[in-house]
Design a protein around this ligand. Sequence first.
Ligand SMILES: [Zn+2]
Length: 449
Amino acid sequence: MGLLIYNVTVVTNNDTNRIINNGAVAIEGSRIVAVGSETGLKTQYANFETMDGEGRVLMAGFTNAHMHFYGTFARGLALSKPMYNFHDILQHLWWSLDKVLDLDAVYYSTLLPAITSVKKGVTSVIDHHASPHAVDGSLDRIQDALAQIGMRGILCYEVSDRDGKDIRTQGFHENERFIRKCSIEKANNPDSMFDGMIGLHASFTLDDDSLEMAAALCETLERGVHIHMLEDKVDETLTQQHYKRSVVERLNHFGLLRPDSITAHGIFLDDDAIKLLQKTKTIVVHQAQSNMNNAVGRADVFKLLEHGIQVGIGTDGMTPDLRREVMTGYLMHKHHLGDNNAGWSEYETMTFKNNPEIYSRLSGQKIGRIEAGYLADIILLDYYPPTPFTENSFFGHFLFGMIDAPVNTTIINGRIVMHDKMIPTIDEAQIAVESRACAQKIWEKFTAQ
Ligand SMILES: [Zn+2]
């Protein structure tokens, strides 16, 4: 039996972003089957179970286009070594933390931020994972945690040469194994909730033979790469020094720039590099909060958008909450440019058009709209507009009101994951107890290195 949600204001996010007052949405299985007026749909779907939306706003769940769940275990971690630049941050924090993660840590570091995601209305995530001494099966453990909460995801293992060729090769195997597993699941059920990419760390930690292996896997598995690109100048400097090419030329040389590849950050792109990204239709994902936190600079995403490049927004492990990233990034660009008009349409495009399109391009699944045939990834927000709420005023309401509105209900793939702010399948406090016990052991290993 299906579900009919009524007494809601529907934000369709379709081509005209039609807003339906006194609306209703019918869901059957994992998909939306009808969207329209409450009176019409109540008659048409009289046999469906019902949910009273109590006047809330109903809209599509958000997509986080670049995340690192494993970064959760850095929260509160004491760092003894000084960090004066981005390379120090990598060496003394991330490349020290990832080395001590075991498979249980991979699982628990995903579980709590997945709960937060659902509470914040994020229904799909593209994650980038590293645990060099627990590679095999690591993506399954992330999948287990997401599946336990009910969240959708595209996962990958971050391959690098920084821990030696054996671990590099294990990373490729993990990506391949996971992608093949997901392909089988999708052949049985096109709406299955997981897929994979070929994860790569960044140009400066990957030798030419590794990029060749990545390119071969892209061809075999028909998947793109998910890689950090020019997050800091060190990527360009060391790539030029060791491999005698610029980062973007090098990725293009190996055939890794493609419409199904994600390049995260893109802070130091010259005009030639932008042309290559444009020509190859490569995706760029932007993370303003992380860039500010690492003090690495500002990506000129407005210029990339002007060139027709598909730019999305991720949180880079800073938070599972996409809405916080949207607001911070929007303000960061305005402040940096000294232009009070900057960013409005660009942030609306990246959040509501590009992020779901990126996910759909990579997974082949339709998400991000409240429209018949789309997957039922739906949230109900406690938002009662104080001023006229139309397709034209929507983004103003989003930035200055909905961005803080509590999520009452989250539905993913047609399943009610959270209702009345309760996730009935889990005991969050108990999970946190287990997570802290796991993290304590990881922190002891981190300190003992
Ligand atoms: Zn990242």
